[in-house]
Design a protein around this ligand. Structure first.
Ligand code: HEM
Ligand SMILES: *[C@@H]1O[C@H](CO)[C@@H](O)[C@H](O)[C@H]1NC(C)=O
Ligand SMILES: *[C@@H]1O[C@H](CO)[C@@H](O)[C@H](O)[C@H]1NC(C)=O
Ligand SMILES: *[C@@H]1O[C@H](CO)[C@@H](O)[C@H](O)[C@H]1NC(C)=O
Ligand SMILES: *[C@@H]1O[C@H](CO)[C@@H](O)[C@H](O)[C@H]1NC(C)=O
Length: 375
């Protein structure tokens, strides 16, 4: 634990003082944990920042944000975007951060729009983060996020399979085959082959994205007996297929064509290219959604799961990719509720606060607010 950022340090010190031994909560009942929390400091929850004031083109691979490979105690995970931000110090280099820091980092470093940033971050924090300490790991589960709320909560970090992380990733294997959070060269070779075959000038562009996304699903249907391709994974899978054509392309070029050289930098060492500029304007839902629609239209699918290899059972009664409000509902009323069946006290307060932040990101879609724990 050598490289905690200045920002993170006070939080960790306070957690460490409040809980001298991380393991000491094991064996407590939920009521005792609530009591312990009530007796001790619960982290305050800063609200997410609003949109950037200075929201234009900007050199982001600048001297204030040098690339440094992660140290042995620094955590990285399945997201090349967040790994890159941590490697350049836009996030704490430890890989453990508060959700508001994540929102700031993705806006500053890539120019994600405020709503889209909040949607990704609070979804992730609710299902993979620690609501009590207000910290989330961008990779594996770690004691650095402090003592966990009682099971069945997982607080697994972004690498936790079956929450946000899921099957059919572009540059990672399905969890059935190995560690889904690490870069896989075979997968990247395939990514490159699709860029060469379908992309303009051998780049990863929207056509390459459409064909690769389709092929990744077909491949997992044929090989992964435990494939799950339903809400919410379907939405992240399609968004993540589009992201490289937008956010990994230099903002001064901004032509939707990612060179394989730059793709490798982002996906493997998780590094900005030299002289890299973020998007020239915030890219929010209105930028991303037409692109995901475009790749869906080329190869439509019905959500489903494999029951053994090459035996895809369609689940037409689960939310479709186009059903944004259905997916929002599914995240809070199913995925979150499994982990927090009956929260009380400060844990409930923290969840409600984060649910409100999450909802603030979906309001533009006119979804009715969901209240998994009452109002
Ligand atoms: C804002 C908060 C974000 C969160 C919580 C997040 C989380 C994740 C997670 C959990 C995955 C793994 C999904 C899987 O493949 O199973 C992932 C993948 C991915 N993320 Fe992020 N991400 C965020 C922002 C970004 C940004 C800003 C970018 C691009 C600049 C990005 C680009 C990607 C890409 C391209 C993948 C796909 C990796 C692959 O399929 O091999 N993400 N992200
Ligand atoms: C919380 O504080 C009360 C009153 O000081 C004490 O009786 C109780 O044992 C504490 N509970 C825990 C779990 O620390
Ligand atoms: C990478 O993926 C290939 C193809 O799925 C697999 O055979 C190989 O074992 C993986 N490598 C690692 C290091 O997981
Ligand atoms: C392909 O690359 C060449 C050389 O960089 C460039 O002149 C040409 O305009 C590119 N074609 C397209 C369709 O972008
Ligand atoms: C899955 O396959 C097994 C037999 O291999 C069958 O008994 C079971 O009903 C199938 N489940 C579903 C949901 O179709």
């Amino acid at each position: 634990m050598t490289k905690f950022s200045i920002l993170l340090l006070p939080v960790l010190v306070r957690v460490a003082l409040a809980f001298p031994a991380y393991g000491s909560l094991a064996g407590m009942t939920a009521r005792e944990v609530d009591e312990f929390i009530a007796n001790n400091t619960v982290a305050s929850i800063p609200p997410p920042p609003g949109p950037l004031t200075d929201d234009g083109l900007k050199l982001v691979n600048d001297p204030a944000h040098p690339f440094m490979a992660p140290g042995s105690n620094d955590i990285r995970g399945p997201c090349p975007g967040l790994n890159t931000l941590a490697n350049h110090g836009y996030l704490p280099r430890s890989g453990v951060a508060r959700p508001d820091q994540l929102v700031t980092a993705v806006m500053e470093g890539f120019n994600l729009g405020n709503n889209f940033a909040k949607f990704l971050v609070y979804q992730a924090h609710l299902i993979d983060g620690n609501p009590i300490t207000n910290l989330i790991s961008i990779g594996m589960k770690t004691p650095q996020t402090g003592p966990d709320p009682p099971a069945p909560a997982i607080v697994g970090g972004l690498s936790q399979h079956g929450t946000f992380e899921g099957d059919t990733s572009m540059t990672r294997v399905d969890a059935f085959f190995g560690n889904p959070a690490i870069f896989n060269e075979t997968r990247f070779d395939e990514f490159s082959a699709f860029a060469m075959q379908f992309g303009v000038n051998g780049t990863y562009d929207i056509n390459a994205a459409a064909e690769l996304r389709h092929q990744r699903l077909e491949d997992s249907i044929q090989t992964n007996p435990e494939l799950v391709f339903t809400s919410p994974r379907i939405l992240s899978a399609f968004s993540e297929a589009v992201f490289p054509t937008v956010f990994f392309v230099d903002g001064t070029v901004n032509n939707g064509q990612l060179s394989l050289e730059n793709a490798r930098l982002f996906f493997q060492p998780n590094q900005f290219p030299n002289n890299f500029h973020r998007q020239p304007a915030p890219a929010d839902f209105p930028t991303i959604e037409p692109l995901t629609q475009q790749i869906f239209n080329k190869h439509p699918f019905v959500p489903g799961v494999n029951n053994g290899t090459n035996n895809f059972i369609e689940m037409p009664n689960t939310p479709a990719l186009s059903d944004f409000c259905g997916i929002y509902n599914d995240i809070v009323n199913r995925v979150l509720k499994i982990q927090y069946p009956n929260p009380t006290g400060p844990l409930l307060d923290a969840l409600q606060t984060n649910l409100n932040f999450f909802f603030s990101a979906v309001e533009s879609h006119n979804c009715p607010q969901a209240f998994p724990f009452g109002q």
